[in-house]
Write a protein that binds this ligand. Structure first.
Ligand code: NAP
Length: 259
């Protein structure tokens, strides 16, 4: 399927590892020029070089902490200065944060909201005028199935993600007249760097993920691949999904009871 992404410009936050890196690859393979950002400059630079050679598309990298308003502004200004347009924004940067409610300090709440909510809304606000200027665009927000089905001990993440879901739905209505589509992908369990880092030395990676799927009782019996999530995100970002906005799609192997 031709996704029609040639000459489009995409920003993928957290594009150096995991789902973000796989998404940058899928968009690049479909012909888009891609800008990835993350905090660790060495990991980011390595990803940029690998993605450039793997995709044959232009891939740029900017060290950015998406929690910092000045960094986010520098990112958008940098993309416009270097590539001159923004068509696609994938708000992906994030990591799990789940603890008992009474153990959470104001700082822990603020940090999670800064990473998962304020980063996305600030970046979206800055990207909108540039998307309008090119006649439309696509925003995909990465969330968690807990946004619709929050469990005990799942905060602050599920609260930040529920806010991201509301942001997605409300913005999709507000921006539809400008042909800017806003969708969300609700992740269940997907193989990525954040899970790999928790794997103990000597434990086989496939065994580790098979045990995880069993413990979390994923109906399809496995953990998702980052590349599979990336295919969905690339599709939602593309003209093939031109009639889809305000959708929040579970990517969870059937784990969530709430569709
Ligand atoms: N994998 C899952 O099972 C799962 C489940 C539910 C939700 N999700 C969500 O899906 C998204 C991707 O997760 P993943 O598992 O692929 O994560 P990952 O493998 O840990 O990759 C996270 C990426 O985000 C970047 N990042 C983290 N904090 C950042 C910050 N403050 N500013 C800029 N970049 C930042 C990381 O680079 P640096 O560390 O160098 O900044 C890295 O590139 C996240 O929003 C996550 O919450 C994932």
């Amino acid at each position: 399927m031709d996704l029609g992404l040639q000459h489009k410009v995409a920003i993928v936050t957290g594009g150096s590892e995991g789902i973000g890196r796989a998404t940058a690859r899928a968009l690049g393979l479909a012909g888009a020029r891609v800008v990835i950002c993350a905090r660790r400059a060495d990991v980011l630079a390595k990803a940029m070089h690998e993605l450039s050679s793997e995709t044959g598309s232009e891939v740029l990298a900017m060290p950015v902490d998406v929690r910092e308003p000045a960094d986010v502004l520098r990112l958008v200004d940098g993309v416009m200065a270097r590539l001159g347009r923004i068509d696609i924004l994938v708000n992906n940067a994030g990591t799990s944060a789940a603890a008992a409610f009474e153990s959470l300090t104001d700082d822990a709440w603020q940090d999670d909201l800064d990473l998962k909510l304020f980063a996305a809304l600030r970046l979206t606000r800055l990207a909108i005028p540039h998307m309008r200027a090119v006649g439309g665009g696509s925003i995909v927000n990465l969330l968690n199935i807990g946004a619709r089905q929050p469990a005990a001990g799942s905060m602050p993440s599920t609260v930040s993600r529920a806010a991201g879901l509301a942001l997605t739905k409300a913005l999709s209505k507000e921006l539809a007249p400008d042909k800017i589509r806003v969708n969300a992908v609700l992740i269940g369990l997907v193989k990525s760097a954040q899970h790999d880092r928790k794997r103990k030395d000597g434990v086989d990676r496939e065994r580790y993920y098979a045990d995880m799927a069993r413990q979390r009782q994923v109906p399809l019996g496995r953990v998702g691949e980052a590349e599979e999530a990336a295919d969905l995100i690339a599709f939602l970002s593309s003209a093939r999904a031109a009639f889809i906005t305000g959708a929040a799609i579970n990517f969870d192997g059937g784990a969530s009871a709430v569709p």
